[in-house]
Design a protein around this ligand. Sequence first.
Ligand SMILES: Cc1cc2nc3c(=O)[nH]c(=O)nc-3n(C[C@H](O)[C@H](O)[C@H](O)COP(=O)(O)O)c2cc1C
Length: 353
Amino acid sequence: MFPNPLTSLLGVDLPVIQAPMAGGPTTPELVAAVSDAGGLGSYAAAMLSPEAMAEGVARVRELTSRPFNVNLFVLETPQPTAVELEQAQARLAPYRAALGQEPTAAAPERFCEDNRAQIEALIALAPPVASFTFGVLDETTVSHFHAAGSVVLGTATTVAEALAWEAAGADAVCMQGAEAGGHRGTFLGDFEQSSIGLMALLPQAAAALRVPVIAAGGIMDGRGIAAALMLGAQAAQLGTAFLCCPEAGIHAGWKTAIRTARDDSTRLTRVFSGRYARGVVNAFMDDLRGSEADIPAYPVQNALTGGIRRAAAAQGRTEFMSLWAGQGASLARELPAGELVGVLEGELRAAMR
Ligand SMILES: Cc1cc2nc3c(=O)[nH]c(=O)nc-3n(C[C@H](O)[C@H](O)[C@H](O)COP(=O)(O)O)c2cc1C
């Protein structure tokens, strides 16, 4: 089952992709270590300005000569109403106070980076692989990535989303199961109905698509990668499995939350960012659970809670931090990333035998 058309297209030895994880985890060091070990390292650039993205990509290129992926979101420009903003800020005031901040805060000047500028900058950087989530690119933009020499990967949570990416010209589609840590990539259907378990999702996607399928969500070891290949995927994308690597740029309290997680420790929530994402349940998620439906959409809520999450991290207050993790969190291993890829390869080969 490997090498296969997808590993050949990506130019990698192993059907293993380290997931892009925005907000710091996927340092150039992590990305390069995975790529050097024969997998595909992914650099998350969604939170970065075009300049910062260029610096990060240059650093990855310094560290490895192997193929790597750079990931962006596909976003609409948000237009929250004044009332929506006011209510959202009022909901957050007690948390600011608990962290010793001014309870009232001014709305940020902008809620996210200019998405189109990021996409244009990424085309110019011509990474070996470019991947996207939260939406679908138009055909022309995909063709510009192809002209730059980049392989294009879309993210989908349903077969319909996967077909939209295939129609836009994606070279492969990452199917994100409901088990997955971090944000749901859903962009067409209802979020709940689009939260499909990977075991059900993969064979349906593999049957419907002409392009190769990548499996993501809850895969933590070589057995899981083998299972994904059996169900029709040509590679597995693992996020949470890499979060306890020393190269992963995350807070020690977040690593502890993953290490001590159980199978039922995570839940999907909108309270941190306005878009459903899976993380280890904490007080912030529990407290605001009743307001889930009222919270402004991504990226507005994400920008509004940014100061709270940064202050919480600085003070080691994990009860107010976003502790993104998938349902397999307890199986994460604290190994250097290159070593972890080697262990995954050994387990995968054993499982395939
Ligand atoms: C902390 C974290 C951040 C993430 N950020 C991104 C991102 O920026 N872009 C993206 O395409 N996927 C992102 N994801 C989702 C992953 O691509 C992938 O779907 C997920 O990690 C798979 O589930 P697992 O964590 O159980 O392995 C993120 C996941 C986590 C855990």
